[in-house]
Design a protein around this ligand. Structure first.
Ligand code: NAD
Length: 424
């Protein structure tokens, strides 16, 4: 029997400490009391489980998994499950806290949670992935449920993984429980528009931002880091709106063409070969170089802490849209703000996924499913409202988009916590 150890992490700073520091700074600007900061600065519950899994060769590997609930003052907790070699408990805690703020900012009745398993899903066969997922689900089965905590996809997980979680939970309950998980395949209760929802929400924010600046997306240049669920669809949508995607990347590396990349060809190439590298008509570029390109719009859509105090002063983009969670460190935030870069923060820019997850949960509970146009129109309403509230707050408080969005969210969670009162 072997135990799978986490390799050296991509995380340069402890993400939970960053999230706690952000909360304190926001509390100072918005006058949130120290007692509330003490409550909101911690996670309600953190479960750590070991996941023994039979491998295809007959051996057993033991993976480490986490499910963390940050806060449930505004409703059941909601958050994705990440499969990645660098997952740590503190990363999952930070992501859970950001989920609380994201749901509150969007005005949907959920608290925040997150889960993760230390593994490299690319090195597991499909049947190993299924066995590992089903065992992980069994280990956290008492924590999740439609009224308790509702997982969804994140880095390294997709609709198939959600289907296995749904099936394992339902088998144990003896009946299908549609609301236990979102991001399910359409034929078993998923929502139309969920797969593209995070990117669509990001697009709606970018459109608002561009309009507020009196500019046009048509003809703008963009670089997108990460070509998975968020980055791939965002690249596609940007092109549909007339923007020129001149660079894109995945974990292997990036591709670049100063005129424009043929995004449809890039999607086909990635599907065929598993990577973007080698796409005809493009040059190779590193992930680091991509971040520093002279573009109108930069969208980091992969992992945390890619723009830091080390490289932020070399970023030349005018707008940075955080498709990923936490791609900018606080030091990077400060440098970019000083340079006049407009930052569309993660809790706003990538909230489309959780909004349509909310729609999927509602549809599942009602067993009544909506048309895709209806889903997208409702997503646009919610995202645009949140964007405008953030924009107005940024101006009234003379602060940044990050602090305005976190501030609005933290205020809402603080209000719910105070209204409910401290038990007992
Ligand atoms: P994904 O697994 O579908 O795609 C991740 C992409 O990032 C892949 O193309 C991968 O090759 C690339 N990548 C991995 N490591 C990289 C590295 N070191 N440098 C460059 N690229 C790298 O994941 P996703 O669902 O698209 O999530 C991406 C980010 O968006 C994460 O931060 C996630 O938390 C956030 N997010 C996702 C959703 C969602 O609905 N999927 C919702 C909100 C936020």
């Amino acid at each position: 029997m072997t135990t799978v150890e986490a390799p050296a992490s991509h995380l340069l700073e402890n993400p939970f400490e960053i999230a706690q520091r952000q909360l304190q700074l926001v509390a100072d600007v918005f006058g949130i009391s120290d007692d509330l900061v003490k409550v909101l600065g911690q996670c309600k519950k953190a479960l750590s489980v070991s996941i023994p899994t039979r491998m295809d060769d007959g051996s057993v590997e033991v993976f480490q998994g986490y499910r963390v609930t940050h806060n449930i003052a505004r409703g059941p907790s909601k958050g994705g499950i990440r499969y990645h070699p660098d997952v740590t408990l503190d990363e999952v805690k930070a992501l859970a806290m950001w989920m609380t703020w994201k749901c509150a900012l969007m005005g949907i009745p959920f608290g925040g949670a997150k889960g993760g398993v230390i593994c490299d899903p690319k090195r597991l066969s499909r049947s190993e992935l299924e066995r590992m997922t089903r065992r992980f689900t069994s280990e956290i089965i008492n924590e999740i449920g439609p009224e308790r905590d509702i997982p969804a996809p994140d880095v390294g997980t997709d609709a198939s993984v959600m289907a296995w979680i749904f099936d394992t939970f339902s088998m144990n309950k003896g009946h299908s429980v549609l609301g236990v998980v979102t991001g399910k395949p359409i034929m078993i209760g998923g929502s139309l528009g969920r797969e593209e929802a995070t990117a669509r929400g990001a697009l709606y924010c970018i459109r608002q931002a561009v309009q507020k600046r009196g500019e046009q997306l048509d003809g703008m240049t963009a670089a997108v880091q990460g070509f998975g669920n968020v980055g791939l669809h965002l690249s596609r949508f940007l092109v549909e709106d007339g923007a020129k995607v001149i660079a894109a990347s995945d974990s292997v590396g990036g591709i670049y063409n100063p005129d424009r990349i043929d995004v449809s060809a890039a999607i086909a190439h990635k599907q065929e070969t598993g990577a973007l590298a080698g796409l005809r008509g493009t040059e190779e570029i590193t992930n680091e170089e991509l971040l520093l390109l002279d573009v109108d719009l930069l969208a980091p859509c992969a992992l945390e802490q890619v723009i830091t105090g080390e490289n932020a002063d070399k970023v030349r983009a005018k707008i940075v849209c955080e498709g990923a969670n936490g791609p900018l460190t606080p030091a990077a935030d400060e440098i970019l703000e000083d340079k006049g870069v407009l930052i569309l923060p993660d809790v706003l820019a990538n909230a489309g996924g959780v909004v349509v997850s909310y729609f999927e949960w509602v549809q599942g509970l009602q067993e009544y499913f909506w048309k895709e146009d209806e889903v997208n129109a409702k997503l646009n309403d919610i995202t645009t409202r949140a964007f405008n509230e953030t924009w107005v707050t940024r101006e009234s408080k003379q602060t940044t988009m990050r602090f305005a969005s976190y501030g609005l969210a933290v205020q809402r969670v603080a209000e719910a916590t105070t209204t409910r009162g401290l038990y007992p």
